[in-house]
Every structure is written in structure tokens, then in C-alpha cells.
Design a protein around this ligand. Structure first.
Ligand code: PLP
Length: 406
């Protein structure tokens, strides 16, 4: 068979900015947990678009919702309403279940995760000035070291990753960085200027770091005591990935704001949102914040279908059950090329013994063996297959990993 991969890789490298270092695989088709490249080779997708593909590639219900909506209306801008908008925001209120009564929950839809995080930051600052009474221009937000919240100038201003931050200053002030998982450090950093704490309930990019038990309820309590908003960035951890709808659910912690993205768009279209209480999101007035594409009809139609998939609990249960297989198999490789495994549900950070190979090398070898995964920070690889993956497919992936580490 003619090798179509090499010329396709060369063409992509020639014409694109090198802000990514993709594996040399050129995908042409995808279905469920599997993708097929331009030469017809199949791979099990164990990255799932960094959790944007929680429901797998081209889930029939999601593709249907998009196709149907394409026959009606795809964009109005927020200057007008459309018939998918109210139902989408209502569906998110039901999914997040933050308030009693439910209609005290508000949603602000955006497109990308970074925009949702920016929204969370702006709303918290305004809430700080208008509701908490922080002196003008003084608001501070507490964030965690090794965070990943996106790529805008403001968001990278509080990154601790030099690759994300260096050379992009001057930086946005107003953020205090504390170690992740350390409640005492967070308590010490909070003062009367603090409007919010922004954290990932599990740190994805940092290598799937699960905080110590009690951390999330501790953050909740600290925020309540100090009149500070708890902003949970569930863009990667939320919507079923960890075995619950939200990673915060594992410890029963309810934040003041859910920041959502990735899987909310069903792998079809960028959809993000912040969901919070009316006393928080209610500080915004017309004209103060928004996005041309935010909450468009196509996005809302897909978002409604995503929430519908999550209502049955089936995906959360799959993530728990198949995730247990993933973790027990991976734990069996500790000492055999793997030094540590972290994570929850169908989400694992796997530390490769650095004496053996880098994470990148492991991913390149996995690719040859028919499994797609992504390295993060040197010797760690991240496994996050679509939640439709089967136990047999997980066994296939871990068997291939065991082989490449041999
Ligand atoms: C991916 C991600 C973001 C940014 O989302 P984009 O859609 O890439 O802008 C923010 N926070 C977390 C935790 C993420 O995983």
C-alpha cells in the first residue's frame, strides 16, 4: 500500500506554526474509541482529545443532534434568542444541581475552555467589587502551582510552566500561587482582597494529580468562611471522566462555579460554559461580557444532547467500572517500567521509569503498536480513552504498554 502518512506529515509541518509536536499519525476517520489513519491503520484513541471526546468519536446521538440542528439555524449571535438557548442553560442547571430552587442557577455559555476561565475570572472580580466590597483594582485570586487553565495572556500570567509563560509578558497581576493540595498555604494566602480560589479538582496537564482526601471539602469550607468564591475548573475532569459527573462529586464538594468545556461540545464543536448561582453571575449587565459564537444554536443543540447522555449515569458508571480495570492493570506494571500511577475513573497519569525512555518515546512506540496516547512533562504519559471504551480494549492498551516498556 502506498504510504500516505509521510507526505501528509511533511505538508502539515511545512505550512503550520510549530506550537504543537504531534505524533506522526494522520487521522482520516474515527468511530467510537478508534481512529484510522490515511494508510488504513487503526489505533485505539487513549487521549480522546484531552477529554473532549468523552463519548467517543461521532457518537450517534451527538451527530444526530448536530445534523438536525444544521437543518434549522446555526447562528444568531446573542443579539437574538433562539429555541435551543433556554433549554441548554436549563439542562446545565439540572446537571450541576447547585441551587434550591433550580432556577437560581445561571449559565453563561462561551466556546473554548480558556474563554470560560476568563469569564470565571472577570465575574469573580466584578463580584468582589460589587458584592464583597473589595477596594477597586485590588482583587486577588488564589490559584495552584502546576495549574493548567488555558492559553490566554491573563491565564498564562499565573502559570508556573515556563513553556507556557516565558516571553509572553507583561503579565496580568492579581493572582497568588499556592502549592496544590495544601490547605494551610491556601488559608495563609487568602486575605480581604481575595475574591476567588480557582483550581482543577484533579490536575490534568500536571500529570493527573489527585489532591489529598479532604482537600476539596477543605477548599469549600475555607471559601465559605472567608466569603471567597470556589471556582472549579472541571473542563477536563468533568462530565463523566472520573466516574462521577464532576470530579468534585467524589468528595461531595459543591463549588460556587463550575467551569466546563471540552466534552460539553461532544467532540463536534467547541462549547464551554460557566455555571453558577444568580447572586454571582447576576453581577453582569448587558454589554459587559460575551462572545459572538457563545451559546450558538448548533453548540446548544449538541450541548443538550451531551447533558442527555450524562443524565442516565451510564457513562459515569462505565468510567468507574472500566476505569477500575485500567487502574488495576496499570498498577500491575509498577516496577516493570512504570514507577507510579495516579488518577480516577478512565483517567490515568503513568510515570515511565526515566531510565527506560521518555514519555514521548513511549507514546511513539505505543503509536506503532496501535495505541494513541500523549506524554506530559518528561516521563509521564496520560491515558484518557473515550468512556465508550470496553474492558477488552483497555486490556489491549495496557498489553501494548507492557510490551513497549519491555
Ligand atoms: C483544556 C483545558 C482548558 C482550556 O481549554 P481550551 O478549550 O483549550 O481553551 C482549561 N482548563 C483545563 C483544566 C483544561 O484541561
Amino acid at each position: 500500500m502506498r504510504n500516505q502518512t509521510a507526505p501528509a506529515v511533511a505538508e502539515a509541518e511545512r505550512w503550520t506554526a510549530h506550537n504543537y509536536h504531534p505524533l506522526p499519525v494522520v487521522v482520516a476517520d474515527a468511530d467510537g474509541a478508534w481512529v484510522t489513519d490515511v494508510d488504513g491503520k487503526r489505533y485505539l484513541d487513549c487521549l480522546a482529545g484531552y477529554s473532549a471526546l468523552n463519548f467517543g468519536h461521532r457518537h450517534p446521538a451527538l451527530v444526530d443532534s448536530a445534523r438536525k440542528q444544521l437543518e434549522h439555524v446555526t447562528l444568531t449571535s446573542r443579539a437574538f434568542l433562539h429555541d435551543q438557548f433556554g433549554p441548554f442553560c436549563r439542562a446545565l442547571a439540572e446537571l450541576c444541581n447547585m441551587t434550591e430552587p433550580l432556577d437560581k442557577t445561571m449559565t453563561l455559555p462561551m466556546n473554548t475552555g480558556a474563554e470560560a476561565v476568563e469569564t470565571a475570572i472577570k465575574v469573580s472580580r466584578k463580584w468582589g467589587y460589587k458584592v464583597k466590597g473589595v477596594p477597586d483594582g485590588q482583587a486577588t485570586i488564589i490559584v495552584a502551582a502546576d495549574n493548567f487553565h488555558g492559553r490566554t495572556t491573563t491565564i498564562i500570567s499565573f502559570s508556573t510552566d515556563p513553556d507556557a509563560k516565558a516571553d509572553y509578558g507583561p503579565y496580568t497581576p492579581g493572582f497568588r500561587i499556592v502549592p496544590y493540595g495544601d490547605l494551610d498555604a491556601m488559608r495563609a494566602a487568602i486575605d480581604e482582597t481575595t475574591v476567588a480560589v480557582l483550581i482543577e479538582p484533579i490536575q490534568g496537564e500536571a500529570g493527573v494529580l489527585v489532591p489529598p482526601l479532604g482537600y476539596l471539602p477543605g477548599v469549600r469550607e475555607l471559601c465559605t468562611q472567608s466569603n471567597v468564591l470556589f471556582l472549579a475548573d472541571e473542563i477536563q475532569s468533568g462530565l463523566g471522566r472520573t466516574g462521577e459527573t464532576f470530579a468534585c462529586d467524589h468528595e461531595g464538594a459543591v463549588p460556587d462555579m463550575y467551569v466546563l468545556g471540552k466534552a460539553l461540545g461532544g467532540g463536534i464543536i467547541p462549547v464551554s460554559a460557566v455555571v453558577s448561582r444568580a447572586d454571582v453571575l447576576g453581577v453582569l449587565r448587558p454589554g459587559e461580557h460575551g462572545s459572538t459564537f457563545g451559546g450558538n444554536p448548533l453548540a446548544c443543540a449538541v450541548g443538550i444532547a451531551v447533558v442527555d447522555l450524562l443524565r442516565t449515569g451510564e457513562f459515569q458508571e462505565r468510567a468507574r467500572e472500566v476505569g477500575a480495570v485500567l487502574h488495576s492493570r496499570l498498577n500491575g506494571l509498577i516496577g516493570k517500567g512504570i514507577t507510579a500511577v495516579r488518577g480516577r475513573g478512565l483517567w490515568a497519569g503513568v510515570d515511565i521509569d526515566p531510565a527506560l525512555m521518555t514519555g514521548r518515546e513511549a507514546c511513539e512506540r505505543l503509536m506503532v503498536a496501535g495505541v494513541l496516547a500523549k506524554d506530559t512533562h518528561g516521563s509521564t504519559i496520560r491515558l484518557a480513552p473515550p468512556l465508550v471504551v470496553t474492558e477488552d480494549e483497555i486490556n489491549f492498551a495496557v498489553d501494548r504498554l507492557a510490551e513497549v516498556l519491555h
